[in-house]
Design a protein around this ligand. Structure first.
Ligand SMILES: NC(=O)c1ccc[n+]([C@@H]2O[C@H](COP(=O)([O-])OP(=O)(O)OC[C@H]3O[C@@H](n4cnc5c(N)ncnc54)[C@H](O)[C@@H]3O)[C@@H](O)[C@H]2O)c1
Length: 321
């Protein structure tokens, strides 16, 4: 079976995607790579692990050749808030990285997964039930790289026959690894602070409505999309996917139902608020349902129950160490 290569594997998504891929395809068939050094005891991304900078084409070529890679999950990127703080670096990592991945895929015939984002939309996009095909004029460098990335994937699919597949992911909520500098990081922080301190100061306003998804649903969606029958996929840039459209106040209320006394106050960060205000409030993901059977399992209540239980045991285990 051809090997799977994951770039940016030590991030929030990779920390859960790599173990899930290894469980399905066998540990030796999934090569986790990142710019970062593997932390000692980092079980989730343990060997096979390699250092790989996706902006260096020869490193990608070498890894794909050496491991006989058939599929690349290209996760390496700067996220929205980090990208806005370093736009030139974001362009280099997000665009050169994807271009190098697509070029190596062209050379070796690899299948490619590209994670786009709700950030690929902008203030002139319809904000409610945002269609699969619509205006994409983002006002962030992150969004610019995601739209350009979607177009590049489409181009490689149609021009060179590369099997590119992508998702426009919403904010992802998870307990395994910390989020990496996105605008929806508040949602993860809120859960951690609820369990640790019983209170949280949120950097987005209470009524900022955005799409979210629990990480197990996101991992399931990525793997299902990559396993889907190629002929049923109408879109090669990225599919809208979502599991819930929620505000900080609604997440806080769901947590407070299970953590009595949990309190949130709001100190709005203008940079991240402006990013959030340029994004959709809810996506229409009917194309993903129709084409490859996307079906998330967690709504806000189910996610809150699972997140709190997992976080409590994680933090208790850390304390007893
Ligand atoms: N997490 C989310 O909520 C979310 C939502 C939408 C889309 N996405 C997309 O999913 C992908 C992964 O997101 P994540 O949350 O895991 O991000 P993350 O920031 O947690 O992880 C990204 C990883 O990429 C690595 N990296 C950075 N530069 C690199 C380089 N030059 N070469 C190799 N690795 C490099 C980092 O070290 C990091 O481990 C990104 O493309 C992101 O835009 C994430």
């Amino acid at each position: 079976m051809p090997t799977i290569l994951v770039t940016g594997a030590l991030g929030q998504i990779g920390a859960e995607l790599v173990p899930a891929l290894r469980a399905r395809h066998g540990a030796d068939n999934v090569i986790a790579t990142d710019l970062k050094v593997l932390p000692p005891g980092g079980a989730a991304a343990a060997a096979p692990y390699g250092h790989l900078d996706c902006t260096e084409p020869h490193q990608l070529h070498e890894a794909v050749r050496r491991y006989d890679v058939g599929t690349i999950y290209h996760l390496a990127a700067l996220l929205s808030a980090s990208a806005e703080a370093a736009p030139q670096l974001a362009w280099s990592v997000n665009m050169s990285g994807l271009y190098n991945v697509l070029e190596v895929a062209r050379g070796y015939g690899c299948q490619v997964f590209f994670p786009s984002s709700i950030g690929a939309f902008g203030p002139t996009t319809p904000r409610d039930a945002t269609p699969q095909v619509t205006v994409q004029r983002p006002t962030t460098i992150y969004g610019v790289t995601k739209v350009a990335g979607e177009l590049l994937c489409d181009y490689y699919a149609h021009r060179f026959g590369i099997d590119t597949r992508g998702l426009r992911l919403p904010g992802l909520i998870s307990y395994v690894a910390a989020p990496g500098g996105g605008t929806t990081d508040y949602a993860v922080e809120m859960f951690y602070h609820a369990v640790r301190y019983g209170r949280y100061t949120c950097f987005l306003s209470a009524e900022t409505r955005l799409d979210m998804m629990y990480m197990p649903d996101a991992i399931g969606a990525m793997m299902d999309l990559m396993a889907a029958d190629s002929g049923s996929l109408r879109y090669r840039n990225a599919y809208n996917v979502t599991a819930m459209s929620v505000t900080p106040a609604e997440i806080a209320a769901a947590i407070a139902r299970q953590v009595p006394g949990f309190a949130v106050d709001y100190e709005v960060d203008p940079v991240r608020q402006a990013i959030a205000d340029s994004w959709p409030r809810s996506l229409d993901d009917s194309a993903a349902h129709a084409d490859w059977g996307f079906a998330p399992r967690y709504d806000l209540e189910a996610m809150t129950t699972d997140m709190l239980a997992r976080l409590r045991s994680k933090l208790a285990a850390a304390r007893s160490r």
